[in-house]
Design a protein around this ligand. Structure first.
Ligand SMILES: C[S@@+](CC[C@H](N)C(=O)[O-])C[C@H]1O[C@@H](n2cnc3c(N)ncnc32)[C@H](O)[C@@H]1O
Length: 404
């Protein structure tokens, strides 16, 4: 592989944005890619994938490069890049920035650091401790390794507009080969990454990009046409749209969130998907809906969480998350569970879901809730922990509760 200066410069600029300016990796890469319209899809792929790979292994690469984890100058960026290239067996060009790169030392340090999990898998000490305590060594190591892989691209067929067979055939015509996923009839996984958003199938609303684990949440709620459903952490609506399709657009879904901006995105997606049974409303909390107490047949709580199950998509979570934020999230999840569960009708069903793998955000929250005054009216029907190491998809937790 020959390295092109403008692409390497772009990666270094991306690392500066992410590591020193605290820009989210996806935003930094989006900004970079917009800055040069002449880059083709291969160039764009190189920039995005290299930045993500370096973010994933930031602790390992910065340690080998002998630079601080907060990059302080452009030369640090080139040093980190050089480590990435040497470890991949890519020859470094004869540029001043790479002069004196200690290739043998880099390989030696890499081998030595493989013995230490916090470097091998690149994870902060405090987070490693939490994972170890929550999952035990064998599972935690397997998860860390699985979460450092590149995530497959999975789409969900929008059954309001098409069916999986027709979508698969149309995408093939549009240049995208896909495979079905066993046990998940609406899901298709892409054989090779590419820009799906440019396809006619996408602009016509035939599919949404949604990981296979995430696609398991809405079906668990067991919705039916004509029901009244509350999706109280709806965000940009990935699961709301799935619920609307399962309800065949019949009934009513109230999609709420505390951030109106996310709901605006939901409205756009709902229009494209032809999902008309959704009302999106920004609320401050469950008290804004107190007049609808006991009126919902189904409630989905897709709770805000640490996102540790989706590190493959957002590897910078490892570096942005702080210990006190996990404590705050646990508190918020409890408030959401206690507050919104009161709005469910007797005999109704509630799903609590997170894209975390930590017990304190998952089963321990359900157990806590069942012990509270609000939770005494509920029983746990079933729950499931989905691990990336076992499923090949995102880490998730799902619990189905029923109001007695
Ligand atoms: C996991 S995300 C939701 C993802 C979304 N359901 C989807 O499928 O695309 C959690 C959401 O909870 C929202 N949130 C955060 N704090 C909240 C709170 N106190 N009450 C309700 N929603 C909250 C966030 O804005 C975020 O959109």
């Amino acid at each position: 592989m020959r390295l092109h200066r403008n692409l390497v410069e772009a990666v270094v600029q991306g690392l500066e944005l992410i590591f020193s300016k605290d820009t989210y990796a996806d935003k930094a890469i989006e900004r970079l890619l917009k800055s040069n319209k002449r880059w083709g899809s291969r160039d764009r792929g190189f920039i995005a994938e290299t930045c993500y790979e370096i973010v994933r292994y930031k602790r390992l690469y910065t340690e080998i490069a002998g630079v601080g984890q907060r990059m302080t100058n452009r030369q640090d960026g080139f040093r980190i890049f050089a480590v990435w290239a040497v470890l991949r067996g890519i020859s470094l060009p004869d540029w001043p920035e790479f002069k004196g790169t200690p290739e043998r030392r880099i390989k030696g340090r890499f081998d030595a650091l493989q013995k230490e999990r916090v470097y091998r898998e690149s994870i902060p000490d405090w987070l490693d401790q939490i994972g170890l305590e929550g999952l035990g060594e064998t599972l935690w190591e397997a998860e860390l390794s699985a979460l450092n892989q590149v995530a497959p691209v999975v789409i969900r067929t929008n059954t309001l507009k098409t069916n999986p067979k027709l979508l698969q055939a149309t995408l093939t015509e549009e240049g995208f080969e896909t495979d079905p996923i066993k046990g998940q009839p609406e899901a298709l996984v892409l054989r090779k990454r590419g820009n799906l958003f440019k396809t006619k199938s996408f602009s016509e609303g035939w599919f949404e990009v949604q990981d296979a684990s995430s696609q398991r949440v809405a079906p668990l709620l067991d919705v039916g046409a004509g029901m009244r459903v509350l999706d109280c952490c709806a965000g940009a609506g990935g699961k709301t749209l799935h619920l609307a399709a399962l309800m065949e657009n019949k009934g009513r879904i109230l999609a709420t969130d505390i951030y109106p901006g996310k709901l605006n995105e939901l409205k756009k997606r709902a229009r494209r998907a032809g999902a008309f049974c959704i009302e999106a409303r920004a609320v401050k909390g469950p008290s804004d809906l107190k007049r609808q107490k006991g009126k919902f047949d189904r409630i989905l709580i897709d709770a805000p969480c640490s996102g540790l199950g989706v590190l493959r998509r957002n590897p910078d979570t490892k570096w942005k998350l702080r210990p006190d934020q996990i404590e705050t999230l646990v508190q918020t999840q409890r408030e959401i569970l206690s507050g919104y569960s009161r709005l469910l009708s007797p005999g109704g069903k509630l799903v609590y879901a997170t894209c975390s793998i930590l017990p304190q955000e998952n089963r321990q929250q359900v157990d806590w809730f069942l012990d509270t005054e609000a939770g005494a009216a509920f029983k746990l029907v079933k729950d499931e922990k989905i691990f990336a190491s076992a499923s090949g998809f995102d880490g998730f937790y799902l619990a189905l509760l029923e109001r007695k």
